[in-house]
Design a protein around this ligand. Structure first.
Ligand code: HOZ
Length: 427
């Protein structure tokens, strides 16, 4: 008899393309049937067959407190009874805007939206409107949501204009998107030398989480800040993934770099659809109704989403929160590396705050090319063995993983023990 997961997946495919509402969920990269979840509690998620897993995906980042945190649930329940949406301002929007500007060093003004994709798309429009220039620079392997101008694959060579990497994106839309290699300050300097007076903005994931985890070099971030400032381009830190995940001041606080604009999503909404973009007042004042750059949304600043976001942002300010989260994520990485080493498996891992990368390679990669050289098939076998043992990692070798405050050291030790048993079985 087929499992309920399988039955649901078969049924889903009738009316939902690929049976999923976001492609990476389809398990195409790792093979097999995607899990349908019915419940989450703390660090655990339960699938449609009733099996529980220790969750290292955390809804791709938002669930930093774990699933169904009582204070977040209470805040949402309290908000729900007062109405679901008004399409008009509410006090909670003001509260969360104040808090974001207080917590994140570069934020002087902020606009709330409903997703990370909206945040990055709007920040780019704003940067172009502010500078009056067209060229957008992005980096190979960085993902900034699915708006047209950002869906560009890397061309070979450092200084090529991109081609669409998705059907349906007109070549003209991406003709002004320039794709450069990540962690390559020289390529960025060349781009500014050639196009400096036409570059509106450089957008970057300050720690990449969308080609597995890639840590930035200090030189790369420094060069980016200096070159954008020198040429009058807007530097956008896409902190949708890193925001409140790598530290309370986000990646910009961790690396002491002040971007001109930043984008947020995931943790900021505590699991509800909420995003934000913000930064320098003189740039933000170009947005309608103050300025000529249009941006809007019926559900922007939704009262339920802001309730969940505020409750989450309050709890992550607890003393020692990030020290503990970082230590737990580190013990997961170190434990897995130790187990792999014991059994002679080529494997490496690293974390920055509560996000981590696992690589079937001797060393942690620092570039897109190096990530592509990791052993994807070995990851896929590991993924399925761990899933079978009740440990849920991202279903792709090209995604970062996440630990929550609800994960206990004992649960992490259990995951390491399961990995140890799997690595031992490979001999
Ligand atoms: N954009 C997410 C991966 N980096 C996946 C979102 C989802 O499938 O929910």
């Amino acid at each position: 008899m087929s499992s309920r997961n399988q039955q649901l997946f078969e049924r889903a495919q009738r009316h939902i393309p690929g049976g999923v509402n976001s492609p990476v969920r389809a398990f195409r990269s790792v093979g097999g049937t995607p899990l349908f979840f019915q419940k989450g509690a703390g660090s655990q998620v339960q699938d449609a067959d009733g099996k529980w897993y220790t969750d290292y995906v955390g809804s791709w980042g938002p669930m930093i407190l774990g699933h169904a945190h009582p204070e977040v649930i209470a805040a949402v329940q309290a908000a729900v009874v007062d109405g679901l949406s008004f399409g008009a301002p509410t006090e909670k929007e003001v509260e969360i805007a104040d808090l974001l500007c207080e917590l994140v060093p570069s934020m002087e003004m902020v606009r709330l939206v409903s997703s990370g994709t909206e945040a990055t798309m709007s920040a780019i429009r704003l940067a172009r409107g502010y500078t009056g220039r067209d060229i957008l620079v992005k980096f190979e392997g960085c993902y900034h949501g699915h708006s047209d101008a950002l869906l560009v694959k890397a061309g070979s060579g450092a200084l090529t204009f991109g081609n669409p990497s998705s059907g349906g994106v007109p070549a003209s839309t991406v003709a002004t998107t320039l794709v450069l290699p990540y962690n390559d300050p020289q390529a960025l300097a060349e781009a500014f030398k050639t196009h400096g007076d036409q570059i509106a903005t450089v957008i970057v994931e300050p720690v990449v989480g969308n080609m597995n985890l890639i840590a930035p070099t200090a030189e790369f971030l420094k060069a980016m800040r200096e070159l954008t400032a020198k040429h009058g381009a807007v530097l956008i830190f896409d902190e949708v993934m890193t925001g409140f995940r790598v530290g309370l001041k986000s990646a910009q606080g961790l690396f002491s770099i002040t971007p001109d604009l930043s984008t947020f999503g995931k943790v900021v909404g505590g699991g509800m659809p909420l995003g934000a973009f913000g930064g320098k007042r003189k740039i933000m004042e170009k947005i309608a109704p103050l300025g000529p750059v249009y941006q809007a949304g019926t559900l922007s600043g939704n009262p339920i989403a802001t309730a969940a976001g505020l409750a989450t942002l309050k709890l992550i300010q607890a003393p020692g929160f990030y020290e503990s989260l970082t230590a737990k994520t580190k013990s997961l990485c170190e434990g897995l590396v130790g187990a792999a080493k014991t059994h002679g498996v080529a494997f490496s891992a690293q974390n920055i705050g509560g996000m981590f990368g696992l690589y079937f390679a001797e060393q942690c990669p620092g570039t897109y090319d190096a990530v592509l050289h990791c052993d994807k098939e070995a990851f896929n076998r590991f993924f399925h063995a761990m899933l079978e043992a009740g440990h849920y990692f991202a279903p792709s070798a090209f995604e970062a993983g996440f630990v929550s405050a609800a994960h206990s050291e004992a649960e992490i030790a259990g995951t390491v023990a399961a990995a140890d048993a799997y690595f031992a079985s490979l001999k």
